[in-house]
Write a protein of this length. Structure first.
Length: 136
C-alpha cells in the first residue's frame, strides 16, 4: 500500500470566523467549544483541521508567509451528484456569505464547475461530473 494522507489542515486568520463559515455556510459538522487555536471538523475520508496562523510561527520556530487576497495555492473541491446540484449549491452558499469567484458553467472536459472563496480567500470548487444524472 502506498502513502495515504490522513488529514488536511488550513492555517487561518480568525478561527472563529472560519469555523462559522465552514459549519454554517458549507454545512461541515463540528464539535468545537470555541477555545484554543485548533479545530477539527467531522469529515468522512480525511481529517479536516484548522489552526490559527498567529500560533504557527512559535510552533515551527521560524517565520512563515501567507498569500493575500484570493489564495491560488490550493482548492477544496466538493463533488455533487448532478449538474443541477452545482447551480443550487452555488446559489445557496453565495446567499449565505461565500464570496463568488465564478458562477456555474459547463467545462469542456465534461464537468459542471463553479468557485467561491471562504473568508480567508481559499478557493472552494463546487462541481459535478454528472454521475447522478439520469440516462436519457
Amino acid at each position: 500500500m502506498g502513502l495515504k494522507f490522513d488529514a488536511f489542515g488550513i492555517f487561518v486568520i480568525d478561527l472563529k470566523v472560519m469555523v462559522e463559515f465552514y459549519r454554517d455556510v458549507l454545512g461541515v459538522e463540528i464539535d468545537w467549544d470555541g477555545s484554543g487555536p485548533f479545530a477539527e471538523f467531522k469529515h468522512e475520508g480525511i481529517r479536516f483541521m484548522m489552526y490559527e496562523r498567529k500560533e504557527l510561527k512559535d510552533y515551527l520556530g521560524k517565520e512563515v508567509s501567507y498569500p493575500k487576497g484570493t489564495n491560488g495555492t490550493f482548492e477544496l473541491a466538493i463533488d455533487l451528484p448532478k449538474f443541477s446540484d452545482v447551480d443550487k449549491e452555488y446559489e445557496r452558499v453565495v446567499s449565505l456569505g461565500a464570496v463568488p469567484v465564478f458562477p456555474p458553467r459547463s467545462e469542456p472536459w465534461g464537468m459542471r464547475s463553479s468557485f467561491v472563496q471562504d473568508p480567508d480567500g481559499n478557493l472552494i470548487e463546487i462541481g459535478s461530473w454528472g454521475k447522478g444524472e439520469s440516462e436519457k
